[in-house]
Design a protein. Sequence first.
Length: 330
Amino acid sequence: MWIGAASEVFANIRSLLGVSTDDESIYDILGIDYKTIRPAYNGKPLETYDDGSWMTEWGVVRAGLHWGQAVTHPLEGAETVAEVEAWKGRPDPKDFIYKFSSEQDEWIKDYCVIGGTWAPFFHDSVEVMDMEEFFIKLYTHPAVAEAIIVKCFEFYYELDRLTFEANPGKIDMYFIGNDFGSQRALLMSPDMWRKFYKPYIAKLIEQAKSYGCVTAIHSCGDIHEIIGDFIEIGVDAINPIQIGADNMRPEDLIAKYGADCVFFGGIDENVVLQYGTEEEVRAETRRIIDILGKYGRYIVAASHDYLLPEIPARSIVAMFDEAKRYGVGR
């Protein structure tokens, strides 16, 4: 079982359960099997602004709730590969802390350890230029678009390498995230995705496997057209299985791909966890375990990788409690 959540969610769970200690107790109470350590930025302090926005290590200003949205785009208007190559805004992998500390070594003991970067190079590539302009340039200026993709990809590839080498034998799972799906389809055609992004995801996966990791990818929305591609390049588990999106019925996915990968997620966050009764949450948890666990392997998680504070703590606790009860009894 795996959980990803905002800090407020852990506080809500502690309040519901009457637990006054830190988040560590929540892992034990809920029965979570995974802990995650990502490289931490340790470079030059990043600017924050009076309106609440902030500068990222990519030179992009973000604003809004939680991770926010990009509101500036340093490569907006770039017309040539030379302009991309001249851009100095990419972060330096050596500005990150990637070696686990002794305290972290103790914290992850007896858990499945997720490590390396989140590697969201798709998101970075569309944000440093502006998403609409970038998608147009995939057609009008493909060399410029690919130069941006490569620049973003190479940062994560190198930081992952440093992380794996600094922590030999400690990282069990390499779990990355790039949201290629919308509610109704991929954000680009499957052929465009295969041309511009698949080769670089394959390199990230290959590198992680060379260091002994199993691999998982997070991609929201309707991604049914590329699940087979993920499997082909060695992805072991697919997350988050957004079952409310078009073409993502869990029954169809398990029938087509269940023999070749592990499904990771799928317990509906948009409706059931957010608005359902406790019994509805428990019933949906059993239903998804029955479907996606058909082959005897499944990772219990919500249909989104990041539970937000509007999801009632009682629903989250009920989901994991039911999974423990039902999983043991099957």
